[in-house]
Design a binder for this molecule. Structure first.
Ligand code: NAD
Length: 277
């Protein structure tokens, strides 16, 4: 069967599978099994971070799967205490070693940490990872519009991706519009609201689930995909990871999309990027 997940073009020229698999809060003991399951059920895009403490196990799962490295899109992220040019270079070397790969598909600055004021310097160092091919694409995470504006103005290098909190309760319209205008892809973390809201019980989501005979989580993922967002839902259950990938057999109509658009409360579940330092 051909893989149904759309491939989106990044400003680096590379492509990214629009639906991937995240491993935040998956323990090192569980990660290899979970990622092997994810690859077996069909995911070809894995999102980890040095801060998740499971890069070694993600790399082990990729090797154990027998799937050629080039068929898997692999993302990791610079930990917050490694901002600064010299430290970022060493941290990137260590990530590649832990993962056991000679390149990643996407390397992200995990948080801007504006009070430290080093993200521009770190971003310049990221440019060297792209230039030597060890990061096929480079991007950022949790950047607000003013942080992106500074990168653009002071370095001229445009991030391929900004990975941010995004779900029906926190839709990030202004940021998405800015990113669209600048060729930056929007990637949603916490796409299911991290299970912290009763998202799945909201009538707009319940009604669409009933109409299409699917689960509420599948409706939420479908909404993301139809807005053009990259999603990386997490689940350690094989049944749910299969369900989360099975979202290409139905389409939400304009009314269903509008009903979910109307759920925005501009409310985060995670930290405010201006305050995470
Ligand atoms: P998520 O929105 O993917 O929610 C995960 C939770 O949703 C699971 O614990 C599970 O309880 C539930 N769930 C998953 N599938 C379900 C289903 N089909 N039905 C019912 N419940 C289901 O939250 P997340 O894991 O925080 O975000 C996804 C990924 O984003 C992470 O694993 C990580 O890779 C990334 N992330 C990045 C940042 C960042 O700062 N860049 C922060 C958080 C997460």
């Amino acid at each position: 069967m051909t893989n149904p997940v759309p491939q989106l073009r990044l400003n680096s020229g590379a492509t990214i599978p629009q639906l991937g698999f995240g491993v935040f809060l998956v323990s090192p003991e569980e990660t290899q099994r979970v990622v092997e399951d994810a690859l077996e059920v069909g995911y070809r895009h894995i999102d980890t971070a040095t801060g998740y403490n499971n890069e070694t196990e993600v790399g082990a799962a990729i090797r154990a799967s027998g799937i050629p490295r080039e068929e898997i899109f692999l993302t990791t992220k610079l930990r917050n205490d490694h901002h600064k040019a010299g430290e970022a270079a060493g941290a990137f070397d260590r990530s590649l070693r832990m993962l056991g790969v000679d390149y990643v598909d996407l390397y992200l600055i995990h948080w801007p940490m504006p009070a430290n004021d080093r993200y521009v310097e770190t971003w310049r160092t990221f440019g060297t990872f792209a230039a030597d091919g060890r990061a096929r694409s480079i991007g950022v995470s949790n950047f607000l519009v003013p942080h992106l504006e500074r990168l653009l103005a002071e370095t001229g290098t445009i991030p391929a991706v900004n990975q941010v909190e995004l779900h029906p309760i926190f839709q990030q319209r202004e940021l998405r519009r800015f990113q669209m205008e600048h060729g930056i892809r929007t990637e949603a973390w916490g796409p299911l609201g991290q299970g912290k809201y009763d998202l799945f019980g909201l009538p707009a989501i319940q009604d669409a689930a009933k109409a299409h005979d699917v689960q509420p989580a599948q409706v939420v993922l479908r909404w993301h995909l139809q807005t053009g967002t990259i999603v990386i839902p997490k689940s350690t259950s094989r049944e749910r990871m299969t369900q989360n990938l099975d979202v290409f057999g139905f389409e939400l109509d304009a009314d269903e999309m509008a009903a979910i658009d109307a759920l925005d409360e501009n409310r985060r579940v995670g930290g405010d990027p201006n305050e995470v330092n």
